[in-house]
Ligand binder design. Structure first.
Ligand code: PEP
Length: 255
């Protein structure tokens, strides 16, 4: 089962646009499903304020959030808790996206707490990891991936939580929103490296259950290549805002 996640980021600007994009995608997924067995799970992650308006009861079509706080409730102005998200019908939550790391200074330690909170409320965390252009130039990709994994999963490991609901998204930061997608060979090297790290972190569990996605300028022309080399799915930003393009990607993954 492949996992295709749409990250709408801070888009679109109005609820009516959000509803029409969501409903178009939903309708097409229902059509695909009525013709053949949908072999992917599709997750739409809109801005928080649209979540309650975009409920889905469609098979294998889920809602996700783009972040959450690590506490359940209380005096945390501006934050949204995993419990609230769960009650709104969310199944997934993106955590540690590079834009949050960059603009909001999120650290691996903050992300570690969010992952534990998400799992507690039965939200599937999608942990984003990836190197910046500068780190790549300095050949630090392996070090960055290893550190982000170890520090972000530290609490999951120490609390001995199940890993079966975890999702990792490998997103080279330099490939996000640039149109400059990572070559399949380079992405595959990182995929293998991530798998090895997960085996080191979870020697007694079965980390093969953890889905690993690729994200970074995915479109309908390159999407299938990442699946062919072993990624379990995709995290898609820009292309998920164009319903036709997004549906094309889903079609290609099906074929
Ligand atoms: C993202 O937002 O995680 C992302 C991968 O964006 P894009 O597909 O636009 O590069």
């Amino acid at each position: 089962m492949k996992l295709i996640v749409a990250n709408w980021k801070c888009n679109p600007s109005t609820l009516s646009e959000a509803k029409s994009l969501f409903n178009e995608v939903k309708k097409r997924i229902e059509e695909i499903y009525s013709k053949k067995n949908l072999n992917s799970e599709i997750v739409i992650c809109p801005p928080f304020i649209y979540l309650s308006e975009l409920q889905s009861s469609t098979y294998r079509f889920y809602l996700g959030a783009q972040d959450c706080f690590w506490e359940e409730k209380g005096a945390f102005t501006g934050e949204i808790s995993p419990l609230m998200l769960r009650k709104l019908g969310c199944h997934y939550v993106i955590l540690g996206h590079s834009e949050r790391r960059r603009y909001l200074k999120e650290t691996n330690q903050m992300i570690a707490k969010k992952i534990v909170a998400a799992l507690k409320f039965r939200l599937r965390p999608i942990l984003c990891i990836g190197e910046t252009l500068e780190e790549r130039k300095q050949e630090k990709t392996a070090y960055i991936l290893k550190t982000q994994l170890r520090e972000s999963l530290e609490l999951v490991i120490s609390y001995k939580l199940s890993v079966s609901n975890l999702v990792i998204a490998y997103e080279p930061v330099w490939a996000i929103g640039t149109g400059n997608n990572c070559s399949v060979d380079e992405a595959m090297t990182s995929l293998m490296f991530i798998k090895r790290q997960l085996l080191n972190l979870y020697p007694k569990k079965n980390p093969n259950k953890i889905k690993i996605l690729y994200g970074g300028s995915v479109n309908s022309k390159n999407a299938k290549e990442y699946i062919n080399v072993g990624f379990d799915g995709l995290l898609i930003g820009g292309a998920s805002l164009k319903s036709r393009e997004f549906i094309k990607i889903i079609h290609f993954i099906q074929s």
